[in-house]
Write a protein that binds this ligand. Structure first.
Ligand code: ASN
Ligand code: ZN
Length: 351
Protein backbone atom coordinates (compact mmCIF):
# COMPACT_ATOMS: atom_id res chain seq x y z
CA UNK A 1 0.00 0.00 0.00
CA UNK A 2 1.11 3.57 -0.68
CA UNK A 3 -0.05 4.59 2.78
CA UNK A 4 2.68 5.04 5.34
CA UNK A 5 2.33 3.87 8.92
CA UNK A 6 3.03 6.45 11.58
CA UNK A 7 3.18 5.42 15.23
CA UNK A 8 1.00 7.67 17.34
CA UNK A 9 0.61 8.04 21.08
CA UNK A 10 -2.60 6.63 22.53
CA UNK A 11 -3.81 7.38 26.04
CA UNK A 12 -5.79 4.24 26.75
CA UNK A 13 -8.31 3.67 29.50
CA UNK A 14 -6.85 0.46 30.92
CA UNK A 15 -3.23 0.26 29.77
CA UNK A 16 -1.76 3.73 30.13
CA UNK A 17 0.07 5.27 27.18
CA UNK A 18 0.30 2.85 24.27
CA UNK A 19 1.72 3.09 20.73
CA UNK A 20 -0.95 2.97 18.05
CA UNK A 21 -0.52 2.54 14.34
CA UNK A 22 -1.99 5.39 12.27
CA UNK A 23 -1.73 6.92 8.78
CA UNK A 24 -1.18 10.49 7.63
CA UNK A 25 -3.10 11.61 4.56
CA UNK A 26 -4.64 14.85 3.26
CA UNK A 27 -3.49 16.92 6.20
CA UNK A 28 -4.62 14.74 9.07
CA UNK A 29 -3.86 11.56 10.94
CA UNK A 30 -6.31 8.68 10.58
CA UNK A 31 -6.90 5.72 12.80
CA UNK A 32 -6.08 3.39 9.94
CA UNK A 33 -3.34 0.79 10.23
CA UNK A 34 -1.91 -0.18 6.84
CA UNK A 35 0.49 -2.70 8.41
CA UNK A 36 -2.19 -5.12 9.52
CA UNK A 37 -4.56 -6.51 6.93
CA UNK A 38 -5.56 -5.32 3.46
CA UNK A 39 -8.82 -4.92 1.56
CA UNK A 40 -12.05 -5.08 3.52
CA UNK A 41 -14.18 -1.96 3.96
CA UNK A 42 -11.39 0.58 4.54
CA UNK A 43 -8.46 -1.09 2.78
CA UNK A 44 -6.68 -1.55 6.11
CA UNK A 45 -7.53 -1.99 9.79
CA UNK A 46 -9.58 1.00 10.95
CA UNK A 47 -11.37 2.40 13.96
CA UNK A 48 -14.61 4.30 13.37
CA UNK A 49 -16.92 6.39 15.55
CA UNK A 50 -20.50 5.12 15.65
CA UNK A 51 -21.17 8.26 17.68
CA UNK A 52 -24.17 6.95 19.58
CA UNK A 53 -25.76 5.16 16.62
CA UNK A 54 -25.79 1.50 15.60
CA UNK A 55 -23.96 2.26 12.34
CA UNK A 56 -20.22 2.17 11.77
CA UNK A 57 -20.00 5.95 11.29
CA UNK A 58 -16.76 7.56 10.15
CA UNK A 59 -13.12 6.73 10.56
CA UNK A 60 -11.34 8.67 13.32
CA UNK A 61 -9.16 11.57 12.14
CA UNK A 62 -7.14 14.08 14.16
CA UNK A 63 -4.77 16.96 13.44
CA UNK A 64 -2.15 15.63 15.87
CA UNK A 65 -0.96 12.09 16.43
CA UNK A 66 -1.77 11.99 20.14
CA UNK A 67 -5.15 10.47 20.93
CA UNK A 68 -7.45 10.19 23.92
CA UNK A 69 -6.96 11.09 27.57
CA UNK A 70 -7.40 7.75 29.32
CA UNK A 71 -10.83 8.54 30.68
CA UNK A 72 -14.22 6.89 30.44
CA UNK A 73 -16.52 8.41 27.83
CA UNK A 74 -19.99 9.36 29.00
CA UNK A 75 -22.36 10.53 26.29
CA UNK A 76 -23.59 13.99 27.11
CA UNK A 77 -21.01 14.35 29.88
CA UNK A 78 -18.97 17.54 29.80
CA UNK A 79 -15.87 16.64 31.76
CA UNK A 80 -14.71 13.13 30.81
CA UNK A 81 -12.97 12.22 27.54
CA UNK A 82 -14.70 14.99 25.63
CA UNK A 83 -13.56 14.05 22.09
CA UNK A 84 -14.29 10.35 22.44
CA UNK A 85 -10.85 9.20 21.30
CA UNK A 86 -10.01 7.06 24.32
CA UNK A 87 -12.42 4.33 23.23
CA UNK A 88 -10.76 4.39 19.80
CA UNK A 89 -7.33 3.97 21.41
CA UNK A 90 -8.62 1.02 23.44
CA UNK A 91 -9.97 -0.59 20.27
CA UNK A 92 -6.90 -0.01 18.10
CA UNK A 93 -4.53 -1.32 20.75
CA UNK A 94 -6.67 -4.43 21.27
CA UNK A 95 -6.90 -4.97 17.52
CA UNK A 96 -3.14 -4.60 17.03
CA UNK A 97 -2.36 -7.05 19.83
CA UNK A 98 -4.89 -9.59 18.58
CA UNK A 99 -3.59 -9.41 15.03
CA UNK A 100 0.03 -9.66 16.17
CA UNK A 101 -0.57 -12.58 18.56
CA UNK A 102 -2.26 -14.61 15.81
CA UNK A 103 0.28 -13.71 13.14
CA UNK A 104 3.49 -13.93 15.16
CA UNK A 105 2.61 -17.01 17.20
CA UNK A 106 0.46 -18.97 14.76
CA UNK A 107 1.16 -17.54 11.33
CA UNK A 108 -2.57 -16.73 11.03
CA UNK A 109 -3.39 -13.49 9.21
CA UNK A 110 -6.32 -11.32 10.38
CA UNK A 111 -9.72 -12.87 11.17
CA UNK A 112 -10.09 -15.03 8.07
CA UNK A 113 -6.50 -16.22 7.78
CA UNK A 114 -6.33 -14.43 4.40
CA UNK A 115 -5.27 -11.10 5.84
CA UNK A 116 -8.55 -9.34 5.05
CA UNK A 117 -8.73 -6.10 7.03
CA UNK A 118 -11.52 -5.54 9.52
CA UNK A 119 -12.62 -2.56 11.61
CA UNK A 120 -14.01 -1.71 15.02
CA UNK A 121 -16.75 0.88 15.56
CA UNK A 122 -16.72 2.42 19.03
CA UNK A 123 -19.41 4.42 20.91
CA UNK A 124 -22.12 2.17 19.52
CA UNK A 125 -25.55 3.16 20.89
CA UNK A 126 -25.91 5.05 24.19
CA UNK A 127 -24.62 3.71 27.51
CA UNK A 128 -24.49 0.31 25.81
CA UNK A 129 -23.34 -2.55 28.06
CA UNK A 130 -22.15 -4.86 25.30
CA UNK A 131 -19.69 -5.44 22.48
CA UNK A 132 -20.21 -7.72 19.52
CA UNK A 133 -18.91 -9.07 16.24
CA UNK A 134 -21.16 -8.85 13.18
CA UNK A 135 -20.61 -11.22 10.27
CA UNK A 136 -22.59 -8.87 7.98
CA UNK A 137 -19.79 -6.29 8.02
CA UNK A 138 -17.15 -8.70 9.36
CA UNK A 139 -16.49 -5.99 11.90
CA UNK A 140 -17.01 -5.25 15.60
CA UNK A 141 -19.02 -2.81 17.71
CA UNK A 142 -17.98 -1.68 21.17
CA UNK A 143 -20.27 0.03 23.68
CA UNK A 144 -19.36 2.69 26.24
CA UNK A 145 -21.06 0.78 29.05
CA UNK A 146 -23.57 1.82 31.64
CA UNK A 147 -23.16 -0.62 34.51
CA UNK A 148 -19.76 -1.50 32.96
CA UNK A 149 -16.93 0.82 32.02
CA UNK A 150 -16.25 1.17 28.29
CA UNK A 151 -16.04 -2.33 26.79
CA UNK A 152 -12.56 -1.86 25.37
CA UNK A 153 -10.38 -4.04 27.58
CA UNK A 154 -7.90 -6.13 25.62
CA UNK A 155 -9.61 -9.42 26.52
CA UNK A 156 -12.99 -8.14 25.32
CA UNK A 157 -11.51 -6.92 22.01
CA UNK A 158 -9.69 -10.26 21.64
CA UNK A 159 -12.96 -12.06 22.41
CA UNK A 160 -14.88 -10.21 19.68
CA UNK A 161 -12.12 -10.74 17.13
CA UNK A 162 -12.21 -14.41 18.08
CA UNK A 163 -15.82 -14.50 16.88
CA UNK A 164 -14.55 -13.28 13.52
CA UNK A 165 -12.04 -16.14 13.35
CA UNK A 166 -14.71 -18.72 14.25
CA UNK A 167 -17.18 -17.22 11.74
CA UNK A 168 -14.57 -17.54 8.99
CA UNK A 169 -13.57 -21.11 9.87
CA UNK A 170 -15.56 -23.70 11.86
CA UNK A 171 -18.63 -21.44 11.89
CA UNK A 172 -19.84 -23.10 15.12
CA UNK A 173 -23.61 -22.55 15.32
CA UNK A 174 -24.38 -20.00 18.07
CA UNK A 175 -26.76 -22.14 20.14
CA UNK A 176 -26.65 -25.46 21.96
CA UNK A 177 -23.29 -27.09 22.66
CA UNK A 178 -21.67 -25.68 19.51
CA UNK A 179 -22.69 -22.21 20.71
CA UNK A 180 -20.97 -22.79 24.04
CA UNK A 181 -17.82 -23.84 22.19
CA UNK A 182 -18.08 -20.76 19.95
CA UNK A 183 -18.23 -18.53 23.05
CA UNK A 184 -15.46 -20.46 24.75
CA UNK A 185 -13.22 -20.07 21.70
CA UNK A 186 -13.64 -16.30 22.00
CA UNK A 187 -12.94 -16.34 25.75
CA UNK A 188 -9.81 -18.43 25.12
CA UNK A 189 -8.72 -15.95 22.43
CA UNK A 190 -9.41 -13.01 24.75
CA UNK A 191 -7.19 -14.36 27.52
CA UNK A 192 -4.46 -15.39 25.07
CA UNK A 193 -4.37 -11.87 23.62
CA UNK A 194 -4.32 -10.43 27.13
CA UNK A 195 -1.24 -12.56 27.96
CA UNK A 196 0.44 -11.55 24.68
CA UNK A 197 -0.28 -7.85 25.19
CA UNK A 198 0.92 -7.85 28.81
CA UNK A 199 4.26 -9.28 27.66
CA UNK A 200 4.74 -6.35 25.27
CA UNK A 201 2.93 -7.57 22.16
CA UNK A 202 6.02 -9.19 20.65
CA UNK A 203 7.46 -12.65 20.25
CA UNK A 204 6.52 -15.91 18.60
CA UNK A 205 4.82 -17.61 21.51
CA UNK A 206 2.01 -16.95 23.97
CA UNK A 207 3.46 -16.27 27.44
CA UNK A 208 2.55 -18.60 30.28
CA UNK A 209 1.54 -15.81 32.62
CA UNK A 210 0.15 -12.33 32.27
CA UNK A 211 -3.56 -12.93 31.88
CA UNK A 212 -5.94 -13.40 34.80
CA UNK A 213 -8.22 -16.14 33.38
CA UNK A 214 -11.22 -13.89 33.99
CA UNK A 215 -13.08 -12.09 31.21
CA UNK A 216 -13.67 -8.38 31.55
CA UNK A 217 -11.99 -7.72 34.88
CA UNK A 218 -11.11 -4.19 33.83
CA UNK A 219 -14.53 -3.18 32.59
CA UNK A 220 -16.21 -4.26 35.83
CA UNK A 221 -17.35 -1.48 38.13
CA UNK A 222 -18.46 -3.83 40.88
CA UNK A 223 -15.27 -5.90 40.91
CA UNK A 224 -17.06 -8.88 39.35
CA UNK A 225 -15.72 -9.96 35.96
CA UNK A 226 -18.06 -11.38 33.32
CA UNK A 227 -16.64 -14.89 33.45
CA UNK A 228 -14.17 -17.00 35.43
CA UNK A 229 -12.40 -19.56 33.26
CA UNK A 230 -10.78 -21.48 36.11
CA UNK A 231 -14.09 -21.92 37.89
CA UNK A 232 -17.01 -20.84 35.69
CA UNK A 233 -19.67 -21.41 38.38
CA UNK A 234 -18.41 -18.35 40.25
CA UNK A 235 -20.79 -16.36 38.01
CA UNK A 236 -23.75 -18.17 39.56
CA UNK A 237 -24.98 -19.48 36.18
CA UNK A 238 -22.26 -21.43 34.38
CA UNK A 239 -21.67 -25.11 35.13
CA UNK A 240 -18.14 -26.33 35.90
CA UNK A 241 -18.59 -29.57 33.99
CA UNK A 242 -20.46 -30.97 30.99
CA UNK A 243 -23.87 -32.59 31.45
CA UNK A 244 -26.65 -33.51 29.02
CA UNK A 245 -28.58 -30.35 30.00
CA UNK A 246 -25.70 -28.05 29.03
CA UNK A 247 -27.12 -27.56 25.53
CA UNK A 248 -30.14 -25.71 26.90
CA UNK A 249 -28.12 -22.94 28.53
CA UNK A 250 -27.28 -19.53 27.13
CA UNK A 251 -24.05 -19.83 25.14
CA UNK A 252 -22.22 -17.56 27.63
CA UNK A 253 -22.87 -20.22 30.30
CA UNK A 254 -22.49 -23.40 28.24
CA UNK A 255 -19.01 -22.07 27.39
CA UNK A 256 -17.98 -22.57 31.02
CA UNK A 257 -16.83 -26.20 31.03
CA UNK A 258 -14.74 -25.76 27.87
CA UNK A 259 -13.17 -22.63 29.37
CA UNK A 260 -12.27 -24.67 32.40
CA UNK A 261 -10.90 -27.48 30.23
CA UNK A 262 -8.62 -24.94 28.56
CA UNK A 263 -7.49 -23.57 31.92
CA UNK A 264 -6.58 -27.08 33.11
CA UNK A 265 -4.83 -27.85 29.83
CA UNK A 266 -2.73 -24.69 30.00
CA UNK A 267 -2.16 -24.30 33.73
CA UNK A 268 -2.85 -27.68 35.27
CA UNK A 269 -5.36 -28.54 37.97
CA UNK A 270 -3.12 -27.57 40.84
CA UNK A 271 -2.10 -24.09 39.79
CA UNK A 272 -2.53 -21.44 42.41
CA UNK A 273 -5.92 -19.78 42.18
CA UNK A 274 -6.99 -19.66 45.79
CA UNK A 275 -8.25 -23.24 45.69
CA UNK A 276 -11.11 -22.38 43.39
CA UNK A 277 -10.12 -24.84 40.68
CA UNK A 278 -9.25 -27.63 43.00
CA UNK A 279 -10.31 -31.26 43.20
CA UNK A 280 -13.47 -30.67 45.18
CA UNK A 281 -14.94 -29.10 42.05
CA UNK A 282 -13.63 -31.69 39.64
CA UNK A 283 -16.26 -34.05 38.41
CA UNK A 284 -13.84 -36.77 37.45
CA UNK A 285 -10.64 -35.65 39.00
CA UNK A 286 -7.50 -36.59 37.16
CA UNK A 287 -5.42 -37.11 40.32
CA UNK A 288 -3.92 -33.76 39.48
CA UNK A 289 -2.95 -32.76 36.01
CA UNK A 290 0.07 -30.81 34.90
CA UNK A 291 -0.55 -28.06 32.38
CA UNK A 292 1.24 -27.87 29.04
CA UNK A 293 1.34 -24.06 29.02
CA UNK A 294 -0.88 -21.50 27.32
CA UNK A 295 1.17 -21.49 24.11
CA UNK A 296 0.77 -25.20 23.34
CA UNK A 297 -2.82 -25.28 24.61
CA UNK A 298 -3.71 -22.44 22.24
CA UNK A 299 -1.95 -24.00 19.26
CA UNK A 300 -3.99 -27.17 19.78
CA UNK A 301 -7.27 -25.26 20.27
CA UNK A 302 -6.69 -23.00 17.28
CA UNK A 303 -5.83 -25.87 14.96
CA UNK A 304 -8.93 -27.78 16.07
CA UNK A 305 -11.28 -24.80 15.69
CA UNK A 306 -9.92 -23.58 12.36
CA UNK A 307 -9.30 -26.91 10.59
CA UNK A 308 -11.28 -29.70 12.32
CA UNK A 309 -14.46 -28.43 13.95
CA UNK A 310 -17.64 -28.16 11.93
CA UNK A 311 -20.63 -25.91 12.56
CA UNK A 312 -22.26 -28.68 14.64
CA UNK A 313 -19.28 -29.77 16.73
CA UNK A 314 -20.37 -30.57 20.30
CA UNK A 315 -18.29 -31.22 23.44
CA UNK A 316 -17.65 -34.91 22.66
CA UNK A 317 -16.62 -34.06 19.11
CA UNK A 318 -14.44 -31.18 20.33
CA UNK A 319 -12.60 -33.59 22.62
CA UNK A 320 -11.95 -36.04 19.76
CA UNK A 321 -10.75 -33.27 17.42
CA UNK A 322 -8.59 -31.71 20.13
CA UNK A 323 -6.89 -35.06 20.72
CA UNK A 324 -6.32 -35.40 16.96
CA UNK A 325 -4.88 -31.88 16.75
CA UNK A 326 -2.56 -32.53 19.70
CA UNK A 327 -1.39 -35.80 18.17
CA UNK A 328 -0.66 -34.11 14.85
CA UNK A 329 1.22 -31.27 16.49
CA UNK A 330 3.09 -33.16 19.20
CA UNK A 331 2.85 -36.87 18.37
CA UNK A 332 0.61 -39.82 19.16
CA UNK A 333 1.08 -40.72 22.81
CA UNK A 334 2.64 -37.29 23.51
CA UNK A 335 2.15 -35.73 26.93
CA UNK A 336 0.27 -32.94 25.17
CA UNK A 337 -2.27 -35.38 23.68
CA UNK A 338 -2.67 -37.10 27.04
CA UNK A 339 -3.14 -33.73 28.73
CA UNK A 340 -6.01 -32.95 26.35
CA UNK A 341 -7.72 -36.20 27.36
CA UNK A 342 -7.23 -35.43 31.04
CA UNK A 343 -8.48 -31.86 30.70
CA UNK A 344 -11.70 -33.06 29.01
CA UNK A 345 -12.11 -35.91 31.51
CA UNK A 346 -11.90 -33.26 34.26
CA UNK A 347 -15.05 -31.60 32.87
CA UNK A 348 -16.85 -34.90 32.45
CA UNK A 349 -16.20 -35.42 28.73
CA UNK A 350 -14.65 -38.81 27.95
CA UNK A 351 -12.42 -40.88 30.16
N1 ASN B 1 -20.68 -9.59 23.92
C1 ASN B 1 -21.41 -10.72 23.45
C2 ASN B 1 -20.46 -11.71 22.84
O1 ASN B 1 -19.58 -11.36 22.07
C3 ASN B 1 -22.43 -10.36 22.47
C4 ASN B 1 -23.25 -11.54 22.19
O2 ASN B 1 -24.03 -11.98 23.00
N2 ASN B 1 -23.06 -12.14 21.04
O3 ASN B 1 -20.58 -12.87 23.12
ZN1 ZN C 1 -18.96 -13.76 22.53
Amino acid sequence: SALQTVIGVGKSQYNGEVPISTTFADGSYRMLDPERGTGGTYGAMAITNANGTSNAGKMYTHTENTWGDGRQYIRGGSTLDANGQTAAVNAMWGLMNTYDALKNALGWHSLDGKNTATYIAVHVNTAYDNAYYSDTCRCMFIGDGSSFNSLGSVDVIGHEMGHGVTAATSSLVYSGESGGLNESSSDIGGEVVEAYARAGGKGESIPLNGNDWMLGTEIARDGQPLRWMYRPSKDGSSPDAWSSSLKRLDVHYSSGPNNRMFYFLAMGSKADKAGDYYSKYLVKAPAAMTGIGTDKAFRIWFKANTTKFTSSTNYADARAKMVEAAQELYGAGSREAIAVQRAYAAINVGA
